[in-house]
Design a protein around this ligand. Structure first.
Ligand SMILES: Nc1ncnc2c1ncn2[C@@H]1O[C@H](COP(=O)(O)OP(=O)(O)OP(=O)(O)O)[C@@H](O)[C@H]1O
Ligand SMILES: [Mg+2]
Length: 261
């Protein structure tokens, strides 16, 4: 491995751009995620948040720009490759397999097996741990044996979050993890992120629309507007008011341009 001076960041993006045909979803986006940091990625619909997350998970390849993990350049070839590098994600559009039970979803691709030469799935152990983990984070499901398809949207999302949290990932990407959740469930997920932060070790990027919800959980905010980072600030140096004003002003300017044209 080449001797690259460490820049301290777990994950860093440099001038990332992504186009889908004529649509430019991201333009020269640079960001950094520090060890143990919770970074909120904010922005209106279509700002490019999910596209950035999907680049970080190896789902999309950037059209240009570079990614670094621990100061080393990385180019994720697939979602699996990014996961092997320690990046775990909960997508906005739910990453659970609806034909599998709750506990099998929680152990998807890292099933516990037992036996000797011919190893078999250790269902009892997976069931026990899944029940334990869901209880610990306060997620209510009728049983870990039911198919995910039988759960509500919010319950499914909670299972996906629980699964990602207990994967020993170094970087956790949450794309609107509380979008389908009720008030109590959302609070539990945010509590969980708070707890993870206290325990240390994992860095989190959380995409959210509800500024107030994430504001006291995150260390820093990045605001995306039309595919660009418009604002990058430590939480303690900004306010919900300032962020809202930025978004509203941008909207007003866009309206004025439409009227003037
Ligand atoms: N697979 C795709 N093909 C074509 N265009 C896409 C694709 N994915 C995203 N886009 C476009 O890229 C832009 C950014 O989309 P993205 O999903 O990243 O937004 P977002 O910030 O996550 O929005 P939301 O808050 O609604 O989830 C949008 O204009 C969208 O239409
Ligand atoms: Mg999105």
């Amino acid at each position: 491995m080449s001797a690259v001076a460490s820049d301290g960041a777990v994950l860093r993006g440099e001038n990332l751009s992504k186009s889908f045909g004529a649509v430019t979803a991201l333009k020269d986006v640079s960001f950094r995620l520090e060890p143990g940091e919770v970074l909120a990625l904010l922005g209106d619909n279509g700002a490019g948040k999910s596209t950035l997350m999907k680049i970080l998970t190896g789902f999309h390849k950037p059209s240009s720009g570079e990614l670094f993990m621990d100061s080393q350049p990385v180019s994720f070839q697939s979602v699996r490759h990014a996961r092997q590098c320690g990046i775990e994600v909960v997508y906005q559009d739910l990453a659970v397999v609806s034909t599998l039970s709750v506990y099998r979803n929680m152990f998807l691709r890292r099933e516990i097996t037992r036996g000797g030469f011919l190893r078999v799935l250790h269902d009892k152990e997976m069931r026990r741990i899944a029940e334990d983990q869901l209880k610990r984070i306060g997620v209510n499901v009728p049983s870990v044996d039911v198919d995910i398809s039988k759960l509500s949207g919010g319950q499914r999302q909670a299972v996906a979050v629980a699964r990602a949290v207990y994967s020993d990932a170094r970087v956790l990407l949450l794309d609107e993890p509380t979008a389908a959740m009720g008030v109590r469930e959302s609070a539990q997920i945010l509590d969980l992120i708070r707890r993870l932060k206290e325990e240390g070790g994992v860095s989190v990027i959380i995409v959210a629309h509800n500024y107030a919800q994430v504001f006291d959980v995150c260390d820093r905010v990045n605001l995306l507007q039309n595919g660009r980072i418009a604002f990058d600030c430590r939480t303690k140096d900004t306010s919900i008011r300032e962020l809202t004003d930025l978004v509203v002003n941008e909207y007003r300017e866009a309206q004025q341009q439409v009227r003037a044209s």
